[in-house]
Ligand binder design. Structure first.
Ligand SMILES: Cc1ncc(COP(=O)(O)O)c(CN[C@@H](CCCC(=O)O)C(=O)O)c1O
Length: 401
């Protein structure tokens, strides 16, 4: 038979896809002696292992075979009810998804037509870019500063640009660790409503505040503006990955009924439903274990963030700027012009430390002299040792550069 040109068969969507820099580095950081500041992995030593074991047993005792059977696409009713009650909205405005990463993919599928303008922060979460990319949007970057999205700059952009949606991470942003002020949140919700731009609020870290005062979610500001969940132009996404465990892949989306209806149809085509057993386990944990677990994680990450910042100020060469997170898992470094963090990564790994180079977080490129550091999955001892190794790597690069 004639040789089959397989690569020629790939769709234009497939050809538009690229690998996740975070997922690719995870392979490198699997080496046991490498200290990883790369993936935003929750601290495994803090996982509520015994509570998950007991919950799994209880679920099998209570539900029996139904815990292992197909279940509805919408999600496990007690879990949807619980989430709706937390948000003060009906459960029918809540859709369970298999990780908020799937939520982003399904939102891309139901909202983005080829060529639609998608407004994103510069830098933004590269996983969102990866989810939206196959739907062939036109990215427009919204300027940011140390307070997050620059809403004055956004107002200018919206005067000349018709956009379909704006994707934002207002709390402890991935990758910068920045938090949007209450004042800017109000402006952002009003501006997007005024210009008919859907606002996706991706908030997996909102509960993990370890300093400063909380600000209202964009979603709750949208509810105030529009009066009810079915007229809210803000779509809220969150997850149990960072507050409980990521491996059960349980997350949710809050949106107006017409969008939820399409997410359900898209999800039917994607995975039928989120694993039944996993949802039931999470539902067992939300009242009894979740509040205490959030406190434990908040405390630990606050300590690790402060330690990492102290060590950076002690061990890094001059000319390096860092953000100062109030919560979450990340901080963001800007190095002197000319340093290429992509090229530097192998040098760092030789010194047994890893990070995520910054440029993949920019939809339209740039950021070669930036990097993201996660402090969540390194013990205080590893943070001290890893930051020193990274400081030495940078010093060599600056001497050589
Ligand atoms: C803003 C934002 N939105 C969604 C997600 C995905 O979280 P889940 O799918 O709910 O676990 C994440 C998780 N991002 C982590 C985890 C990625 C894990 C991995 O690719 O191994 C990271 O940036 O390192 C996120 O930061």
């Amino acid at each position: 038979p004639a040789a089959f040109d397989l690569t020629g068969t790939l769709s234009r969507r497939a050809q538009s896809m690229t690998a996740s820099a975070i997922r690719e580095i995870l392979k490198v950081t699997q080496q046991p002696d490498v200290i990883s500041f790369a993936g935003g992995l929750p601290a495994p030593e803090l996982f509520p292992l015994d509570e998950v074991r007991a919950a799994s047993q209880r679920v099998l005792d209570v539900y029996g075979p139904a815990a292992l059977q197909y279940s509805t696409t919408e999600g496990h009713p007690p879990l949807r009810e619980w989430i709706g009650a937390q948000a003060g909205i009906p459960a029918r405005n809540v859709q369970i998804v298999t990780g908020s990463q799937q939520g982003l993919d399904l939102l891309g599928k139901v909202l983005i037509d080829e060529g639609d303008v998608v407004l994103v922060e510069a830098p933004t979460y590269l996983g969102a870019l990866q989810s939206f990319q196959p739907y062939l949007p036109r990215y427009v970057q919204v300027p940011t500063d140390d307070g997050g999205i620059d809403v004055d700059a956004l107002e200018e952009v919206l005067k000349t640009t018709r956009a379909k949606l704006l994707y934002a991470v207002p709390n402890f942003q991935n990758p910068t660790g920045r938090t949007l002020s209450a004042e800017r949140r109000r402006r952002l919700v009003e501006l997007t409503a005024q210009h008919g731009v859907l606002l996706i609020e991706d908030d997996p870290y909102g509960q993990l505040r370890f300093t400063g005062a909380a600000a209202p979610s964009l979603y709750s500001l949208g509810l105030e503006l529009h009066g009810d969940a079915d007229r809210n132009h803000v779509i809220y996404s969150s997850s149990f990955s960072k507050t409980l465990v990521p491996g059960l892949r349980d997350a949710w989306v809050q949106a107006a009924a017409p969008i939820i209806a399409k997410l359900i149809q898209a999800k039917q085509g994607a995975d039928l439903h989120t694993p039944t057993f996993n949802q039931m386990i999470i539902a067992e944990l939300v009242d009894s274990v979740l509040p205490r677990q959030i406190e434990r994680v908040r405390q630990a990450y606050g300590e690790r963030a402060r330690l990492m910042l102290d060590r950076i100020h002690a061990d890094f060469p001059a000319g390096v700027q860092s953000t100062t997170p109030e919560g979450g898992m990340f901080l963001w470094l800007t190095l002197p012009e000319g340093v290429d963090t992509q090229a530097l990564l192998p040098r760092a790994v030789e010194r047994k430390v890893a990070y995520v180079p910054g440029s993949p977080f920019f939809a339209l490129g740039g950021g070669e002299n930036t990097m993201r550091l996660s402090y969540s999955n390194a013990t205080p001892e590893q943070i001290t040792r890893g930051v020193r190794a990274l400081g030495d790597t940078l010093r060599d690069a600056l001497a050589g550069a």
